[in-house]
Design a protein around this ligand. Sequence first.
Ligand SMILES: [Zn+2]
Length: 165
Amino acid sequence: METFLKELSLASKHLIEFRDMYEYENRIKTFTDWPFMENCKCTPENMARAGFIHCPSANEPDVAKCFFCLIELEGWEPNDDPQIEHSKRPSNCGFLSLTKNFDDLTMEEYYMLEMDRLRTFLVSAGMNNKSQLQRETAELKLICKFDSVVLGLNRDYGFFSHYNK
Ligand SMILES: [Zn+2]
Protein backbone atom coordinates (compact mmCIF):
# COMPACT_ATOMS: atom_id res chain seq x y z
CA MET A 1 0.00 0.00 0.00
CA GLU A 2 2.81 2.37 0.90
CA THR A 3 4.58 1.75 -2.40
CA PHE A 4 1.34 2.34 -4.23
CA LEU A 5 0.79 5.65 -2.43
CA LYS A 6 4.33 6.74 -3.19
CA GLU A 7 3.85 5.90 -6.85
CA LEU A 8 0.54 7.69 -6.89
CA SER A 9 2.01 10.83 -5.38
CA LEU A 10 4.90 10.77 -7.88
CA ALA A 11 2.43 10.24 -10.71
CA SER A 12 0.26 13.14 -9.63
CA LYS A 13 3.36 15.35 -9.37
CA HIS A 14 4.32 14.41 -12.93
CA LEU A 15 0.74 14.78 -14.12
CA ILE A 16 0.79 18.43 -13.06
CA GLU A 17 4.37 19.16 -14.14
CA PHE A 18 3.95 17.54 -17.55
CA ARG A 19 0.91 19.65 -18.36
CA ASP A 20 3.35 22.39 -19.37
CA MET A 21 4.90 19.97 -21.81
CA TYR A 22 2.02 20.36 -24.25
CA GLU A 23 4.08 23.37 -25.32
CA TYR A 24 6.81 22.53 -27.83
CA GLU A 25 9.01 25.28 -26.39
CA ASN A 26 8.95 23.69 -22.95
CA ARG A 27 9.78 20.25 -24.33
CA ILE A 28 12.73 21.48 -26.32
CA LYS A 29 14.17 23.26 -23.27
CA THR A 30 14.76 19.85 -21.65
CA PHE A 31 17.24 18.86 -24.38
CA THR A 32 20.15 21.13 -23.43
CA ASP A 33 22.44 18.14 -22.68
CA TRP A 34 21.12 15.88 -25.42
CA PRO A 35 23.94 13.91 -27.11
CA PHE A 36 22.56 14.33 -30.68
CA MET A 37 22.56 18.00 -31.51
CA GLU A 38 23.00 18.17 -35.29
CA ASN A 39 23.55 16.23 -38.53
CA CYS A 40 21.16 13.51 -37.43
CA LYS A 41 17.48 12.69 -37.31
CA CYS A 42 17.01 12.73 -33.54
CA THR A 43 17.84 16.39 -33.00
CA PRO A 44 16.23 18.18 -30.04
CA GLU A 45 13.76 19.82 -32.47
CA ASN A 46 12.59 16.49 -33.90
CA MET A 47 12.51 14.85 -30.48
CA ALA A 48 10.39 17.67 -29.04
CA ARG A 49 8.11 17.67 -32.07
CA ALA A 50 7.41 13.97 -31.48
CA GLY A 51 6.37 14.68 -27.88
CA PHE A 52 9.59 13.68 -26.14
CA ILE A 53 11.30 15.28 -23.19
CA HIS A 54 14.86 14.47 -22.10
CA CYS A 55 15.07 12.63 -18.75
CA PRO A 56 18.74 11.67 -18.39
CA SER A 57 20.18 9.73 -15.49
CA ALA A 58 23.82 9.10 -14.57
CA ASN A 59 23.78 5.66 -16.21
CA GLU A 60 21.48 6.46 -19.10
CA PRO A 61 22.25 9.87 -20.58
CA ASP A 62 19.95 9.44 -23.58
CA VAL A 63 16.62 8.50 -21.99
CA ALA A 64 13.73 10.33 -23.58
CA LYS A 65 10.16 10.06 -22.39
CA CYS A 66 6.92 11.02 -24.06
CA PHE A 67 5.25 13.53 -21.73
CA PHE A 68 1.84 12.14 -22.69
CA CYS A 69 1.98 8.32 -22.94
CA LEU A 70 5.09 8.11 -20.71
CA ILE A 71 6.86 5.69 -23.00
CA GLU A 72 10.62 5.76 -22.35
CA LEU A 73 13.17 5.15 -25.07
CA GLU A 74 16.94 4.97 -24.86
CA GLY A 75 19.86 3.75 -26.95
CA TRP A 76 19.18 6.33 -29.66
CA GLU A 77 21.12 6.16 -32.94
CA PRO A 78 21.71 9.30 -35.01
CA ASN A 79 19.45 7.98 -37.78
CA ASP A 80 16.50 7.17 -35.55
CA ASP A 81 13.48 9.24 -36.47
CA PRO A 82 11.73 10.16 -33.18
CA GLN A 83 8.27 10.28 -34.77
CA ILE A 84 8.68 6.79 -36.23
CA GLU A 85 10.27 5.34 -33.09
CA HIS A 86 7.41 6.75 -31.04
CA SER A 87 4.68 5.43 -33.32
CA LYS A 88 6.27 1.94 -33.46
CA ARG A 89 5.55 1.47 -29.76
CA PRO A 90 2.10 0.18 -28.83
CA SER A 91 1.24 3.03 -26.49
CA ASN A 92 -1.69 4.44 -28.51
CA CYS A 93 -0.34 7.85 -27.69
CA GLY A 94 -3.11 10.46 -27.68
CA PHE A 95 -0.65 13.25 -28.35
CA LEU A 96 0.92 11.49 -31.31
CA SER A 97 -2.53 10.86 -32.81
CA LEU A 98 -3.52 14.54 -32.69
CA THR A 99 -4.60 15.66 -36.11
CA LYS A 100 -4.33 19.37 -35.37
CA ASN A 101 -2.09 21.73 -33.45
CA PHE A 102 -2.51 21.74 -29.72
CA ASP A 103 -3.39 25.45 -29.79
CA ASP A 104 -6.26 24.79 -32.20
CA LEU A 105 -8.05 22.26 -29.99
CA THR A 106 -11.52 23.08 -28.72
CA MET A 107 -12.11 23.06 -24.99
CA GLU A 108 -13.91 19.73 -25.29
CA GLU A 109 -11.10 18.14 -27.31
CA TYR A 110 -8.64 19.35 -24.70
CA TYR A 111 -10.70 17.78 -21.90
CA MET A 112 -10.81 14.47 -23.75
CA LEU A 113 -7.07 14.61 -24.21
CA GLU A 114 -6.49 15.40 -20.56
CA MET A 115 -8.70 12.48 -19.55
CA ASP A 116 -6.65 10.21 -21.73
CA ARG A 117 -3.49 11.55 -20.10
CA LEU A 118 -4.94 11.11 -16.61
CA ARG A 119 -5.83 7.49 -17.41
CA THR A 120 -2.25 6.83 -18.57
CA PHE A 121 -0.80 8.33 -15.41
CA LEU A 122 -3.13 6.33 -13.16
CA VAL A 123 -2.24 3.11 -14.94
CA SER A 124 1.46 3.96 -14.62
CA ALA A 125 0.96 4.40 -10.88
CA GLY A 126 -0.23 0.81 -10.67
CA MET A 127 -3.86 1.68 -10.56
CA ASN A 128 -4.83 -1.20 -12.75
CA ASN A 129 -8.08 -1.93 -11.04
CA LYS A 130 -10.28 -1.56 -14.05
CA SER A 131 -13.63 -1.04 -12.39
CA GLN A 132 -12.24 1.68 -10.17
CA LEU A 133 -10.60 3.33 -13.13
CA GLN A 134 -13.80 3.17 -15.15
CA ARG A 135 -15.78 4.70 -12.31
CA GLU A 136 -13.31 7.56 -11.96
CA THR A 137 -13.28 8.13 -15.69
CA ALA A 138 -17.08 8.21 -15.71
CA GLU A 139 -17.03 10.78 -12.91
CA LEU A 140 -14.54 12.88 -14.80
CA LYS A 141 -16.66 12.67 -17.92
CA LEU A 142 -19.64 13.98 -15.94
CA ILE A 143 -17.57 16.89 -14.63
CA CYS A 144 -16.39 17.70 -18.14
CA LYS A 145 -19.93 17.48 -19.50
CA PHE A 146 -21.09 19.85 -16.79
CA ASP A 147 -18.27 22.25 -17.63
CA SER A 148 -19.09 22.26 -21.32
CA VAL A 149 -22.78 22.80 -20.58
CA VAL A 150 -21.88 25.79 -18.43
CA LEU A 151 -19.58 27.08 -21.16
CA GLY A 152 -22.38 26.62 -23.69
CA LEU A 153 -24.86 28.44 -21.47
CA ASN A 154 -22.49 31.33 -21.01
CA ARG A 155 -22.05 31.55 -24.73
CA ASP A 156 -25.79 31.37 -25.42
CA TYR A 157 -26.53 33.89 -22.74
CA GLY A 158 -23.93 36.23 -24.20
CA PHE A 159 -25.56 35.82 -27.58
CA PHE A 160 -29.06 36.62 -26.30
CA SER A 161 -28.04 39.65 -24.31
CA HIS A 162 -26.35 40.95 -27.43
CA TYR A 163 -29.43 40.15 -29.52
CA ASN A 164 -31.83 41.96 -27.19
CA LYS A 165 -29.96 45.24 -27.26
ZN1 LIG B 1 3.50 9.30 -26.49
